[in-house]
Design a protein around this ligand. Sequence first.
Ligand code: AMP
Length: 126
Amino acid sequence: MTYDDNNVFAKILRGEIPSDKVLENEHVLAFRDISQQAPTHVLVIPKGKYISFDDFAANASEAEIVAFIRAAGQVASDEGIAPSGGGAGFRIIANAGENGVQEVPHFHLHVIGGRWLGRMLKKADA
Ligand code: AMP
């Protein structure tokens, strides 16, 4: 699979589509999901062209990976949902591929919190 330069997050990174930005640095952009599933729902994306978690894990540089993980933690802290800062907690989700129901083929984490999130998966889904 090759990276699709026309995916919506590529357009956000090029400034062709606006985003509600919460954090940006050399390697990472974080912005609010357009369809909020909870009081906090932020997407954290690498600026590099990575399709999915596995692509990022295999091919990103150590600098990109460190910056990305730190940025996700920073978003949780800034949103006041990080347990280490006294927050009530959050969940990070990375959907990948068809079975993971990944809609946008540019790797991203969902940082979700601000309410009780329930269990990760329902047994009925097994
Ligand atoms: P996923 O299923 O993990 O690929 O999730 C893609 C997410 O991107 C969904 O939660 C969408 O609501 C979100 N999304 C799609 N377009 C935009 C946009 N222009 N700005 C912010 N979030 C978006």
